[in-house]
Ligand binder design. Structure first.
Ligand code: AGP
Length: 612
């Protein structure tokens, strides 16, 4: 995913831009560049290499107090120096960095070509630089030129524009690709992710879609645009404070962020539970969802919507809601929901689940729901993100910044938040105080239990070493174990590239058993619950066909039942998925490490997909 940084103030802009780009490296990129205004001229430096190469190339020859920078993940044109951002107009007056995809780039480029403009790159972004330059003729304010240009643009963008004729301002715009302003003392920062600015300021302003901002060193002005790209009425935005610390984006003693974040889970979970468990009434306190007891009782169905791991976390939530509150509940990929013209039911509580809060499919699903009058709450990690703002109410996950592409601590906090939601819904219905108390105590015990699992990481690493050569793997689970199996398969695929498929245990015999043999290991989730004997018999069926089995369990299993057994502490059965999931994260991590994968930058780079 591309990264954007911008700076205006009193400091030397170049080190700020380079440091900002370095902190966005975790998102993956193939080229990097920056542009500054030095002695009223634009200086642009680019490389098809790493941020360190850019740093070497810049040296100390450039001094400026305003500039923009970019790390590019190629979409239009191959990753080379010419296609790297920033892009400029022919005169070298305007420079633009851009995230997202301009869908009508071909027409825009053709139209420029017809006017005699010579484009030098293959990118969609370069067209913007030429168009803004044409609109900014004479004394036209830069913001006006940007707005005029965007009226012709279809697609997604987060962009920052620099103009040598306006050396005291940056103009910024957003549509579908995140942009955040960092507010300092007589200095301002712009970034696509708070990671790039949190070391300088905690005061931030998130742009919404269809907003343009003009940023000076001492002030900023955000203006909403109407449907035709003209200024709409609205007040400039007030900054909010970000929770993140610069250290959250540093590896410290860890080799990679995925392992760091797996180990941060006990602390992250304590944060998510803090102040939300009510011993007196044996329930949960989730003030952010803004629903009183009467409204909670009137909910007839709960539907979780998210993508990838957030969807699997939603499945865990659906199981919890049905078990604890006895309300019908399910989960659906937001990417399906948004395209299938869903029937929106006013008595259903929709829960939009997202770590980043920026995943486009989930955001679109929320917008569709709101348009059709559905009641939707968010379960979002990044405060101030688009989905959080669009929902306006919900549960913040408090997992802290999740840098690795593979979601681990955010998923655990999603599931814990859904356990609290289920408890809350249950306690205004049939769930007894005694059962509520049991779940409250179970939730409180979880961080310590995860600590115990992590303390035995070497055992999981040993199992990973034994099975790392497998080309395929089955992940088997039923009921509570089913979303865990799906998430485990996803994690293995995502970071190790080993083909993994999840199956419901009872479905095996309807076909997939045919694939079981000595080179097809199965990882079976075995919670210590009323389905224990069923799961044991599933393992026996697999082994009868020569299939190796790894059992991940909170139960005491008969000796020699499986080829490898990974135990987690026994907790409250409803909460078992939160514990059973942790060894699967470790397993995926250690298989990937054994296979020498670039764990924090796997192939898919699907951290949060903000473009289509
Ligand atoms: C998780 O490991 C994946 N990287 C991916 O499936 C992710 O969960 C999904 O893209 C949704 O992201 P979000 O939670 O930020 O919306």
């Amino acid at each position: 995913m591309c990264g954007i940084v911008g700076y205006i103030g009193r400091r030397d802009a170049v080190p700020v831009l380079l440091e900002g780009l370095r902190s966005l490296e975790y998102r993956g990129y193939d080229s990097a560049g920056l542009a500054v205004i030095h002695r009223n001229r634009l200086q642009v430096i680019k490389t098809a290499g790493r941020v360190q190469d850019l740093r070497d190339r810049v040296g100390d020859r450039t001094k400026a107090t305003i500039g923009i920078g970019h790390t590019r993940w190629a979409t239009h044109g191959e990753p080379n120096e010419t296609n790297a951002h920033p892009h400029t107009d022919t005169e070298g007056r305007i420079a633009v960095v851009h995230n997202g995809i301009i869908e009508n780039a071909e027409q825009l480029r053709d139209a420029l070509g017809a006017k005699g403009v010579k484009l030098v790159s293959d990118t969609d972004t370069e067209a913007l630089a030429h168009m803004i330059a044409a609109e900014a003729a004479g004394d036209t304010p830069l913001e006006e030129a940007v707005r005029a240009t965007l009226r012709h643009v279809e697609g997604t963008y987060g962009l920052v524009v620099l103009d040598t004729r306006h050396p005291g301002e940056l103009v910024v715009a957003r549509n579908g690709s995140p942009i955040v302003l960092g507010i300092g003392e007589s200095e301002m920062f712009v970034a696509s992710d708070v990671a790039a600015l949190v070391r300088y300021t905690k005061q931030v302003v998130y742009l919404d879609d269809a907003e343009v901002a003009t940023v000076h060193a001492a002030d900023y002005r955000v203006v909403p645009l109407d449907g035709s790209g003209r200024r709409a009425a609205g007040d400039s935005k007030v900054p909010t404070t970000v929770e993140a610390e610069a250290g959250d984006y540093e590896l410290g003693a860890y080799e990679d962020f995925m392992r760091k974040e797996i180990h941060e889970q006990p602390e992250a979970l304590r944060r998510a539970l803090r102040g939300r468990l009510d011993d007196r009434f044996a329930t949960a306190k989730l003030g952010g969802i803004n629903l009183d007891a009467r409204e909670l009782r009137s909910i007839r169905r709960v539907k979780f919507l998210g993508c990838g791991s957030a969807y699997y976390a939603g499945q865990m939530g659906a199981v919890l809601v049905e078990e604890l509150a006895r309300i019908p509940s399910d989960a659906e990929p937001a990417s399906e929901f948004r395209y299938r013209n869903p029937v929106v039911d006013p008595d259903t509580l929709y829960v939009a689940v997202s770590q980043s809060g920026e995943t486009l499919d989930t955001l679109m699903a929320v917008q569709e729901l709101r348009r059709k009058g559905g009641q939707v709450i968010g379960a979002v990690n990044v405060v101030g993100s688009a989905i959080g703002r669009e929902c306006g109410r919900g549960v913040f996950l408090h997992a802290g910044p999740e840098v690795a592409v593979a979601s681990t601590k955010a998923l655990t906090n999603m599931a814990a938040s859904f356990a609290m939601l289920a408890l809350l819904l249950g306690r205004v219905r049939d769930l007894s105080a005694a059962s509520g108390q049991r779940i409250v105590a179970g939730l409180r015990a979880l961080p310590g239990q995860i600590d115990q699992i992590l303390a035995h990481e070497d055992l999981v690493a040993e199992v990973a070493g034994r099975f790392a050569d497998a080309e395929h793997m089955f992940f088997i689970g039923r009921v509570r174990g089913w979303p865990v199996a799906r998430e485990g398969a996803q994690k293995l695929k995502e970071v190790s590239y080993v083909h993994a498929e999840a199956y419901q245990a009872a479905e095996l015999k309807h076909g997939p058993l045919a694939l079981i043999n000595s080179s097809m290991p199965s990882l079976v989730i075995v919670p210590a619950d009323e389905l224990l004997s069923k799961n044991i018999s599933t393992i026996e069926q697999i082994r009868a066909r020569g299939g190796p089995v790894i059992a991940v369990t909170s139960a005491e299993l008969p000796p020699y039942l499986a080829d490898a057994v990974i135990r987690v502490p026994a907790g409250e059965p409803e909460l078992d998925p939160l514990l059973l999931n942790v060894p699967l994260q470790l397993l995926a991590y250690h298989v990937a490490a054994k296979l020498g994968r670039d764990i924090d930058k796997p192939r898919n780079l699907a951290k949060s997909v903000t473009v289509e």
